[in-house]
Ligand binder design. Sequence first.
Ligand SMILES: C[S@@+](CC[C@H](N)C(=O)[O-])C[C@H]1O[C@@H](n2cnc3c(N)ncnc32)[C@H](O)[C@@H]1O
Length: 309
Amino acid sequence: MRWTTKAHIQRILSSTPGGKWLYYHVGQRIFGGLRNFQIEEKLREGRTLLERLYTVGEHIQDRNTVEIGSGWVPVVPMFYWLHGQRSCITLDVSRLLKPALVLDAAKQLSTLSPSLLALSNTSNQTSLVEKQAELRSRIDNEQSVNTLLKYCQIDYRAPVNTSRTELPSESVEAVYSNTVLEHVPLPTLETLIAEMHRILRPGGITFHLINPADHFSYSDSSISTINFLRFSERDFAKYNSDFIFQNRLRPFQYRKLFEKQGFTVQLMEVIGNPTALQRFPRHNLHHDFAGLDDSELSAHDVYLVAKRV
Ligand SMILES: C[S@@+](CC[C@H](N)C(=O)[O-])C[C@H]1O[C@@H](n2cnc3c(N)ncnc32)[C@H](O)[C@@H]1O
C-alpha cells in the first residue's frame, strides 16, 4: 500500500467512531502484525534496553517503577518482573490493553527457554526459572488476566494524563518507556519529562528506547526509514494521525529535553540504519533537517539512560 494511502486511511479511522476497534480487529488481528502474536521482538527491545541500564552500573532489582505507554500488552514490565523488578505502574493515554494478548504473552514468557530471557551482562537465572514455573502454574489454574498482572506486581492504569500522573513526588526509583517517546508531540513531551523528574526519587533513573525512524516505512518497503524528513512540519501534519503520531524529533533533541528538566544523561547510544541515506539522498531533505549529520538523520534505535540528580 502506498505511504500516502495508508496515512490517509489511518487519519480517517482515527477520527471515526469505532475506528480504533476496526484498526485493532481488522487491521492488526486479521491483516496486521498481531495475526500471530509473538513476544520475541518486544523481548529483544526490553532486553537490549535493560542491558544498557546495567552498562552504566544501574539495575531494576527490587525497584518500584513506572512505565510510560503500556500499549496492547505490557510485555516489557512483565519481562522486567522476571528480572527482579519489585513493582510497575504502567500508564497509557489510551486504554488499549487486550486481555487475550496479555494471556498469550504470559504463556509465552512462562515457557520460553531461560537462555532467551537472560541478559548478556547479568542475570539471576534461578529466580527467573522459579518465577516462570509459578507463572505457568497460575496460567494452568486459569487465573484471570487481572490476577496474573497483579501477581507480576503490574498495575495498569489508562487512560491517564501522563504529564500529570497524580503519583506522589519522589515516589519511584525508575521510569522507562519502550518505543513511545517518538509518538509524543513536543509540547507534551516537555511536560511528560518534567513529570518523570517530579515522581523520581533523587538518584532515580529513567531509561528509554526511542525509534525516530519513519514508521510508514514498515508497511511500505518502497520508502526509506527517513522518507518523512522530506516534508515541512506543516505538510507532514497532513499525514500524522492519532494511531501513529510521529514527532520526527532527532536524537540530539531528546538529550536536550532531558537535560533541560535537570537530568544527567548517562548513556545515549544511537544505532542508525545504514541504508537510509543510500535510499534517500540528502538533496531530498526538507531544509529543517538539511544541516544534521548522518547519525542524527538515520537514527533507528536510540537508547537513552538519564539520572535525576
Ligand atoms: C508503539 S506503542 C508502544 C507500546 C509498548 N510500550 C510496547 O513496547 O509495545 C506506543 C504507545 O504509547 C502510548 N502513548 C502515546 N503518547 C503517550 C503519552 N504521552 N503518555 C503515555 N503513553 C503514550 C500509545 O497510546 C501507545 O500505547
